[in-house]
Design a protein around this ligand. Sequence first.
Ligand SMILES: *[C@@H]1O[C@H](CO)[C@@H](O)[C@H](O)[C@H]1NC(C)=O
Ligand SMILES: *[C@@H]1O[C@H](CO)[C@@H](O)[C@H](O)[C@H]1NC(C)=O
Length: 233
Amino acid sequence: MKWRPVGFLCLEFVTFVCSQVARRLSLIKHPKCSMISGGQAIEILARDGDRLKFLFKPPMGAQYDCNFSFAGLRNQVTMSIQKKEEEEGVEQGTLLSCVNDIAAATQHTVASHIAKRTHRAILFCKAKDLLPSCNPTLVVSGGVASNQYIRKILKIVTDTTGLHLLCPPSKFCTDNGVMIAWNGVERLREGKGILSHTEEVNYEPKAPLGVNITAEVKEAAIKLPPLKLRVTD
Ligand SMILES: *[C@@H]1O[C@H](CO)[C@@H](O)[C@H](O)[C@H]1NC(C)=O
Ligand SMILES: *[C@@H]1O[C@H](CO)[C@@H](O)[C@H](O)[C@H]1NC(C)=O
């Protein structure tokens, strides 16, 4: 492997927020969704939905860092669902008539949030000359990378910033074991955390690599130029 990553972005929480919304919408009862994950259900229903029917506020718009937060979005979605249930006079757990629109609006808000934070991260890397001059690439992997809408919206960002977007095939994207092993390879290379005896093994929820530049990114407070995040099929 000749190249080295400049940064990692963990998108596992996207799967989490999508499955929470899917559960709240009882999508398991939807004929198209009974056999699939919450994230896949949101993507499939969103295709036939009108995202403009629900305008969710994009998270953290006034914070010029690369942090993510979906708590506010989750509240907005939950409140909209409650309101719809009241309007339609149905109990929680009933499949609403507007699930497609809610799925589309949720997916778009999540995807835009990722796109904007990623856009800022790319601009930061460019400003600090962190990207390789030859073929700078954004790799989107993991379960979330199988979401076509998120891929397309990130393509808008990479096209604008002159990066190459690389999305490995979905079948290579869901094996956490490989990711953990790769993290091990990187740490071995850095000579970090190498143990000679298994008794020394400590289980930790985090395995940080490299330098933490959260504060530096926040300090830079990069404002994004306007960018139309409109996905067309
Ligand atoms: C962003 O995240 C970092 C690390 O979790 C945290 O220290 C910081 O306060 C967050 N910033 C904002 C604006 O929430
Ligand atoms: C990185 O630094 C921020 C503060 O600048 C801190 O809140 C965050 O927990 C750090 N992240 C890691 C993985 O250590």
